[in-house]
Write a new protein. Structure first.
Length: 207
């Protein structure tokens, strides 16, 4: 049963699709649908095509797993970046947050999640093995663990730390108590930038 009567099933379908988006209720979905309806057909098609193109053509960097227009992303191919330092993050939004600080000049590794037994996510479900391969093959000198300050984030950090301990690599973590909130995207740029610059050895964080 729909929550209200719609004069058109086409409009109702559009509202249904918009309301599937996170944070979009049916009222907002109706407002967005009616807004699109008021635009020229060309503008509405541009919007629709952008969504289709995003889904069909986006690539995931085969090195760091960030989203990209090419097989290897612009960060990984940039010769000005420090290729010996890898910052490990949970998701693509975290890469964007850290890049906005303009304080980090190394490369990234996007795990695509964190270890969470409650949600059925184990080490094999995220990009940990590919991180270990990078450290082994690319002569990485430092791995920065920049996961959220949650129990799952801590579990994932410790798992990675154990897995990387046989290698001659410095393992650091962003300064705790500096980032605001559990997730990097909610930290302001200055605070997040400082927490990266003031990173500490992970072994010290365990004490």
């Amino acid at each position: 049963m729909s929550h209200q009567q719609y004069p058109s099933s086409l409009l109702e379908n559009a509202v249904n699709e918009f309301s599937k988006l996170p944070g979009i209720g049916r009222k907002t979905a109706l407002r967005l649908s009616l807004y699109l309806l008021r635009q020229s057909e060309v503008e509405a098609e541009k919007f629709g095509n952008a969504m289709i193109q995003l889904r069909r053509e986006i690539k995931y960097c085969r090195v760091c797993h960030n989203i990209s227009d090419t097989d290897v992303c612009q960060i990984c191919t940039n010769p000005a970046r420090d290729s010996k330092t890898i910052c490990v993050v949970e998701n693509i939004r975290d890469v964007m947050s850290i890049e906005n600080t303009q304080q980090f000049k190394g490369l990234y590794h996007v795990l695509g999640g964190i270890i969470s037994p409650m949600d059925g996510v184990g080490p094999g479900d995220i990009e940990i093995n590919s991180l270990i391969e990078r450290v082994e093959k690319e002569k990485i000198s430092e791995v920065i663990l920049a996961l959220g300050a949650t129990m799952e984030g801590d579990t994932t950090n410790f798992y990675i730390y154990r897995k990387l301990s046989p290698f001659n690599v410095r393992i650091t973590t962003i300064a705790r108590g500096v980032a605001v909130g559990d997730e990097l995207e909610y930290a302001d740029e200055l605070t997040l930038g400082r927490s990266i610059l003031n990173r500490i050895d992970f072994s010290n964080a365990l004490r």
